[in-house]
Write a protein that binds this ligand. Sequence first.
Ligand SMILES: Cc1cc2nc3c(=O)[nH]c(=O)nc-3n(C[C@H](O)[C@H](O)[C@H](O)COP(=O)(O)OP(=O)(O)OC[C@H]3O[C@@H](n4cnc5c(N)ncnc54)[C@H](O)[C@@H]3O)c2cc1C
Length: 395
Amino acid sequence: MTPAMDTPLDFGDPADLEKLRRDFRAWLAEHPLPERLPDEPVPVFLHRWHRLLHSGGWVGLDVPEEYGGRGLTPLHQVAVSDELGARGAPGVPRIGYLAHALLEFASPDQRRRLLPRMLAGDDVWCQGFSEPGAGSDLAGMTTYAERGDDGSGSGSGSGSGGHYTVRGQKLWTSYAQYSTYCLLLARTDRTAPRHASISAFVLPLDRPGVTVRPLRAAGGDDEFCELFLDDVRLAESERIGAEGDGWALAMTTVSYERNALDTGHLSKYGLLVERLRRTASERRGELPDGLLSEIGRCFVDYEVLVAHARRRTAERLAGQVAGPASSVDKLLMTRAEQRLYETALKVFPEELHGPGGDVFSEYLYSRAASVYGGTSQIQRNIIAGRLLRLPNGAD
Ligand SMILES: Cc1cc2nc3c(=O)[nH]c(=O)nc-3n(C[C@H](O)[C@H](O)[C@H](O)COP(=O)(O)OP(=O)(O)OC[C@H]3O[C@@H](n4cnc5c(N)ncnc54)[C@H](O)[C@@H]3O)c2cc1C
């Protein structure tokens, strides 16, 4: 881990937050980032890091204690991400948006069973929303969960009472091959309007009928998976929320996914902006003017993002939930990240080593920022329709 720089989201911290930062720094000094083992897949390595962070009490700080968290505020979790990013360390696992979906839609019993294990990394979760014909148009999904009532209670996942039989295919399911559970969306009504006919389920990935097939991405890793669901039986008790709640759950999930509060990213960008600034002043006269102004733009993007994230954090502390405004966060983050790594590759061409080179692999992943969590075009549609109320915007 690199030594920490100033963190971007220092709120003139209240005393307890300042103490939390101090405690965390002390803990980090005793628990440095572990070495990645030879040939260890990145997700396996990050999972070890996740469990180590959790053992110190640094995951789920803003999740209520009864569900395995520490019952603190989002700002406490922000402070932890901020400290990690400022050291160039991987952040806390990106499970906050799934945890929010469960907190809002799962029954108290489901929350008690699922959340503590999710936070601890005992269970690893993935998100089964997109399909081959339903990405931007998510409501067009065709995976179907057919309801059947049997009182037998026999067979895996049937529980007692009703069950569903699920058929369909999901695509781009990140890290499904390393996951225990999938937060699955499926249609449960063939007659209701599209948005009202989707339900959410917790799908154990070892359930008979589930096939996970990894796909190789440009960066060389196998993040994406196809998920085939052939007559997979799910118990009614494995549904999250009521039938038809799936769309609302999906929108809650993606709003948190698009949120600018993931400040581990911000402080990571801050490290690179600072490196670019230093290089520009050390190599004055050597770098072309065009490149210098690109570095300037990176700095401006970063400053805008930090100011925006501060505002968002304050809103969250005031009790506001993430909503369509997260689309603004997503666009700002995408612009900042893509420009930053594009510029960094021009300033440090020696890091263009292909997959494995730090800047290069970050650059490759930054290209996906305008797609994952909803494309930039879709974010603009949401801003036009939901925030600006312009005619013909997305719903
Ligand atoms: C790194 C990464 C990780 C991902 N992880 C997951 C995951 O874990 N789980 C999951 O469910 N999904 C995941 N996805 C999928 C992601 O949500 C979809 O790729 C995304 O929603 C776009 O859908 P699509 O790929 O089907 O593109 P399409 O919807 O086919 O879009 C193709 C192009 O058309 C444009 N377009 C489509 N509709 C409109 C419109 N109405 N107005 C203007 N332009 C439009 C899009 O902006 C895009 O440029 C991941 C994607 C990436 C890149």
